[in-house]
Design a protein around this ligand. Structure first.
Ligand code: NAD
Length: 459
């Protein structure tokens, strides 16, 4: 068993630390955020992740994990220090490496014995070479420090499960010593390990994330075309999914990808390519399609309605996906300001994300519009004129088509997650617009009339 320190207790660092403790290592999780550390010390998880709090308590009680702001004590005699601090996007699309640099400096000034520094954060190819050099340049004691890359592939909402049952662990090292140490640390997980060099490991992370982002944007692109030609994207995806070369995952069309990873990692790889004089056309296309997709439903609604002013607009779902309280790059963040600008009175519901959202858009008046947070879907839908669905939480999927008809003043629903079969909404008498499928609307009839008129006009 090893003595492990983890720098950063966000989705990646905290989950990694807890899972290392769970398999028997002695772990200290370090964060600069004193409030966060206090919360964790009291047994509460600062982030919402299924199963995380239980494992935190279990391993804390077993004496295998502690939380601290005192990085010096945590790093000085650690066998390995895992870095899981953020690498957010900068205005030019490049990754901000300042948090990594700060931790590297803190490590250099603290370590008193040989240790392996393992970077879990997503960083541009070649960064870990620089991190190693940087640490060596600032080392205070005469010890050996090497840097390994160990990118993280967990998905928020299922982070603990994804870590304990990862499909593969990627390790990128430049020496046998580093490779063997990292292999031993991961041995108790009994998971497949792919060992490559440091730069390949860094690239595997970007290439994997960007491939998934591309898959989503591709399906969204096809969905938009489906609407125009009268095909149904869900049937199309189903037909595609039987092909093993394509696979069945990430074929759901929707309101675009969000979260802390795909948006920034697509931009970062595009930036890296540009820096090297290469035009990464596919990834650029994924970024462009996603940008358009985020406000697709809002634009549809603008074509349908004369105004939002004075309308009660129900917003169901604020987080970028279900199972997390994370709002980073969520579709709601793009659409809510547009709706407020146009005078909508928004009633927003999210089972866990409302508090975080209220920090950005506090309850009350905003220019012409207003926002109110409600604790159940009924309060959001009651007498609403329009409803937007941005996140497919279980609580939202459980709303029956009849409920929209019964509660709303005018049952007009824009669904960014294709939750309902179109026919069921039709039967319930709901005017329903989704992504890549026909609408149940008067507009359908209107559109076909327009097409007929065109056809007549062309004769
Ligand atoms: P996060 O923003 O949730 O957490 C980062 C934490 O690091 C914060 O708690 C912050 O206070 C702390 N921190 C900053 N400087 C520190 C320092 N000097 N010492 C100790 N702690 C410090 O970040 P995250 O979402 O966990 O992402 C971390 C990295 O992992 C990013 O590079 C991200 O791209 C990558 N990643 C994230 C996910 C994900 O789903 N969130 C998945 C895979 C990879």
């Amino acid at each position: 068993m090893f003595k492990i320190a983890v720098a950063g207790t966000g989705y990646v660092g905290l989950v990694a630390g807890v899972c290392f403790a769970e398999v028997g290592h002695q772990v200290t999780c370090v964060d600069i955020d004193e409030k966060k550390v206090e919360i964790m010390k009291s047994g509460i998880s600062p982030i919402y992740e299924t199963g995380l709090e239980e494992l935190m308590k279990k391993n804390y009680n077993a004496g295998r994990i502690e939380y601290s702001t005192d990085y010096q004590s945590a790093y000085k005699d650690a066998d390995a220090i895992f870095i899981g601090v953020g690498t957010p996007e900068q205005p030019d699309g490049s990754a901000n490496l300042s948090y990594i640099a700060t931790v590297a400096r803190q490590i250099a000034e603290s370590v008193e014995k040989d240790c392996l520094v393992v970077v879990k954060s997503t960083v541009p190819v070649g960064t870990n070479d620089k991190v190693e050099q940087f640490i060596q340049d600032f080392l205070v004691n005469d010890v050996k420090v090497e840097v390994a890359s160990n990118p993280e592939f967990l998905a928020q909402g299922s982070a603990v499960h994804d870590t304990l049952h990862a499909e593969r662990i990627i390790i990128g090292t430049e020496s046998k010593w580093a490779e063997e140490l990292l292999m031993k640390i991961y041995e108790p997980f009994h998971l497949p390990i792919v060992s490559v060099n440091r730069r390949s490991a860094e690239m595997i992370k970007y290439a994997s994330n960007d491939f998934l982002a591309l898959k989503i944007s591709y399906m969204n692109d096809i969905a938009n075309l489906c609407e125009l030609v009268g095909a149904d994207i869900q049937d199309v995806a189903k037909g595609m999914s039987f092909d093993e070369r394509i696979g069945s995952k990430f074929l759901n069309a929707g309101i675009g990808f969000g979260g802390s990873c795909f948006p920034k990692d697509t931009k970062a790889l595009d930036y890296i390519a540009t820096q090297h004089g290469y035009d990464l056309k596919t990834v650029k296309a994924a970024i462009d399609v996603n940008k358009e997709q985020k406000t697709m439903l809002y634009k549809k609604a603008c074509r349908r309605l004369i105004t939002f002013s004075g309308l009660k607009v129900a917003v169901l779902g604020l987080t970028f996906k279900p199972g997390t309280d994370d709002l980073r790059e969520a579709a709601s963040l793009e659409n809510v300001p547009l709706l407020l600008e146009r005078g909508a009175d928004i009633y927003a519901y999210d089972p866990v994300g409302a508090n975080n959202f209220a920090k950005v858009h506090p309850e009350g008046k905003h220019g012409l519009g207003s926002i109110t947070y409600v604790s159940n879907v009924e309060d959001a839908l009651k007498d609403a004129n329009v409803c937007f669905i941005f996140t497919e939480w279980g609580e939202i999927k459980a709303i029956t088509p009849d409920t929209y008809k019964k509660l709303m003043r005018t049952p007009l629903v824009y669904d960014g997650r294709n939750i309902y079969p179109v026919d069921e909404m039709q039967t319930a008498g709901v005017e329903y617009h989704s992504i890549g499928r026909k609408s149940t609307t008067r507009d359908v009839a209107k559109e076909s009339r327009i097409l007929e008129l065109h056809a007549v006009g062309n004769e």
